[in-house]
Design a protein around this ligand. Structure first.
Ligand SMILES: [Zn+2]
Length: 444
């Protein structure tokens, strides 16, 4: 059992706060606050019991990054990828992937970097939309390497078998092989311990055909997987109009991809009537301002989406467009830019998006909050320094004050995976060195 005691404030969910202790038993938040300091006895024998004194800190649910491309963690700030149109960005990134050679080893070291960076900034669950699958590659080994990297560090992973102009049959066969290898006989797409989830997701109507959407959809239906894609970045709309004479949302509707098990990332250039349609179909959305702004795609009308009844999560997207996988920093950005396209967003609302909102898009009601029965995933943010001095509301201050803050401790499934700003299960320097070694090898 883990008891978290002494918090200035604990954010249970967007609407609820407490100063009571928090107890995590067998990986889940237990009822009662355990005040009094003695273990209340429902947990294991006591040998593994730990009390985390978080005096001077705010506790929140673990953050859920609903949209990442972990492989891109190896390809940040590449020349020719900043301030350029998507039509130039894509071949520049593709050339970099080719030079390095995408294989299981690269997937492993890049995922280690991305997951470690996530944990060190409070992200306890990452959705990795993996889009780079060289034809003929051993795709199961690439998926397995990514999954193993996240598991070794103690983070939760939702691995999305994506596609970007892949052969449709090849993509679907690969998705099925990955499921059979990593979660055999699954009917939910989530492992028993909740640490691994599998999903499918074409990159978007701008890159993948109706056949790819349909075949990956069939794999999802067969195994109970969630579906994800990217939609209505401005370039997506332009290409859809050129190619099909219709906008992406219309195509997704025709192709059977507007449904409650689907999450759409980006949604920058979206019309009022499209928002209504999306809301009526039960899809969820992922806001990714840390990618959309630098790419020049605009700002998704998040408040309008929420008012229409669409659940919105938050993602960073990958290192090729957003060089930081720091979801709290992007939550701050989301809050700061919201008034440019509509009403303001409150700090608690954005934290809600970065936790429960993202979790809803993954179909994971046990993640993203700290109510009784929730997964024991939490972050401890030290608010006792000068950057937080004078802050009246320590929850709002998580976003308004101290930009770029990192959590002091991070807990996943009741296990401490970051302690005093350091990874528990790995040495950060080894992860950095492994990536540098692998990239150097690719250039030989
Ligand atoms: Zn993306």
């Amino acid at each position: 059992m883990l008891t978290v005691t002494g918090a200035v404030r604990t954010l249970i969910d967007e609407h609820t706060e407490t100063t009571d202790n928090l107890r995590i038993v067998d990986g889940y938040v237990a009822a009662g606050d355990g005040t009094g300091g003695q273990s209340a006895g429902t947990g294991t024998g006591g040998v593994n019991d730990e009390t985390l004194d978080v005096t001077g800190c705010v506790v929140t649910p673990g953050l859920v990054n609903a949209h990442h491309h972990l492989l891109q963690s190896a390809f940040r700030t590449l020349p020719g990828t900043r301030g350029v149109p998507m039509a130039e960005w894509l071949p520049t990134m593709a050339a970099a992937y080719n030079r390095a050679g995408v294989d299981a080893e690269l997937a492993s070291v890049a995922a280690s970097v991305g997951v470690a960076e996530g944990l060190l900034s409070g992200v306890t669950t990452i959705a990795d939309h993996h889009l780079t699958w060289p034809s003929g590659a051993d795709t199961v080994s690439i998926a397995r390497a990514t999954v193993d990297a996240a598991r070794a560090l103690g983070g939760r992973l939702a691995f999305v078998r994506g596609s970007a102009r892949d052969d449709p049959q090849e993509a679907a066969a690969s998705a099925e092989s990955i499921v059979n290898a990593l979660l055999p006989e699954t009917t939910t797409g989530v492992s028993d311990d909740g640490m691994l989830q599998l999903a499918v997701g074409p990159a978007g109507v701008h890159s993948d055909s109706r056949e790819t959407f349909e075949l990956l959809g069939e794999v999802a239906a067969k195994y109970g997987l969630r579906r994800r894609t990217q939609s209505n970045e401005q370039v997506d709309v332009v290409i859809a109009m050129d190619k099909y004479g219709r906008r992406p949302i219309q195509l997704l509707e025709e192709w059977g991809w507007l449904a409650p098990d689907v999450t759409l990332a980006h949604l920058c250039d979206v019309l009022d009537e499209e928002i209504e349609l999306l809301a009526s179909t039960g899809v969820t959305a992922t806001h990714a301002p840390g990618c959309d702004l630098p790419m020049g795609w605009g700002i998704a009308p998040v408040v309008d989406l929420r008012i229409a009844g669409i659940t919105v999560g938050l993602g960073t997207s990958g290192g090729g467009s957003n060089d930081a996988g720091h979801l709290l920093a992007d939550a701050r950005l989301a809050m700061q830019v919201a008034p440019l396209v509509g009403p303001a967003l409150a700090a608690r609302e954005v934290i809600g998006m970065a936790t429960a909102g993202s979790a809803a898009g993954l179909g994971r009601p046990e993640l993203g909050h700290l109510r009784t029965g929730a997964a024991g995933d939490l972050c401890v943010w030290d608010v006792s320094g000068v950057a937080d001095a004078g802050v009246d509301d320590p929850i709002a201050g998580l976003l308004w004050a101290n930009p770029g803050r990192r959590p002091r401790h991070v807990v996943v499934a009741g296990r401490v995976v970051v302690r005093d700003y350091q990874l528990v299960n790995a040495d950060e320097r080894d992860i950095v060195a492994a990536l540098a070694t692998r990239l150097a090898k690719g250039e030989l």
